[in-house]
Design a protein around this ligand. Structure first.
Ligand code: HEC
Length: 140
């Protein structure tokens, strides 16, 4: 009887090993998911991880003025391409007519001769919002 059990478990082992070889991806996913939750690359599922990455994001975010100087000043200081100039009364009109959120949305998607995000491809939505806030604070 002992021998039979041994033989059976040896067979089961061999069979699962064979299955694993034949289905390496499925076997891996099953092994991982049976042990822990699967987190997609770039995500941290733990509460501490979420808090840490949120902190990192805010620590590395550029200020509105930094983004403005780097990415917006070229047009908005000079009025190049018909851009409303920093400090111009036109900002009051745009702000009153569209509201802050619309100005931010248009800055992100681009408007007229202004490219999306003012050409700052690596600016986050928050950084664009901060730079629009900076323009408004300095102009209104
Ligand atoms: C290549 C030149 C250029 C750059 C760079 C640029 N803008 Fe503009 N921007 C414009 C022009 C031109 C307009 C006017 C577009 C129109 O109303 O047709 C404009 C308009 C705007 C408006 C008003 C949008 C509205 O809905 O009325 C905001 C806000 C703004 N820009 C923010 C920014 C910010 C923030 C940056 C930097 C991240 C930036 N711009 C960079 C050219 C530029």
């Amino acid at each position: 009887m002992k021998k039979l059990v041994l033989a059976l478990s040896a067979f089961a082992l061999a069979a699962s090993a064979l299955w694993a070889v034949a289905n390496p991806t499925e076997a891996l996913v099953e092994r991982i998911s049976s042990k822990a939750q699967v987190c997609v690359a770039g995500q941290d599922c733990s509460a501490e991880g979420m808090a840490a990455s949120a902190q990192l994001a805010s620590a590395s975010a550029r200020s509105g003025q930094e983004v403005y100087d780097q990415s917006c000043a070229a047009c908005h200081n000079s009025g190049a391409a018909g851009a409303p100039r920093m400090g111009a009364s036109e900002w009051q009109t745009r702000y009153d007519e569209k509201g802050f959120d619309m100005l931010v949305a248009n800055s992100i998607s681009g408007i007229g001769a202004m490219p999306p995000r003012g050409g700052c491809a690596d600016c986050s939505d928050e950084e664009i919002e901060a730079s629009v806030q900076y323009i408004i604070d300095e102009s209104i």
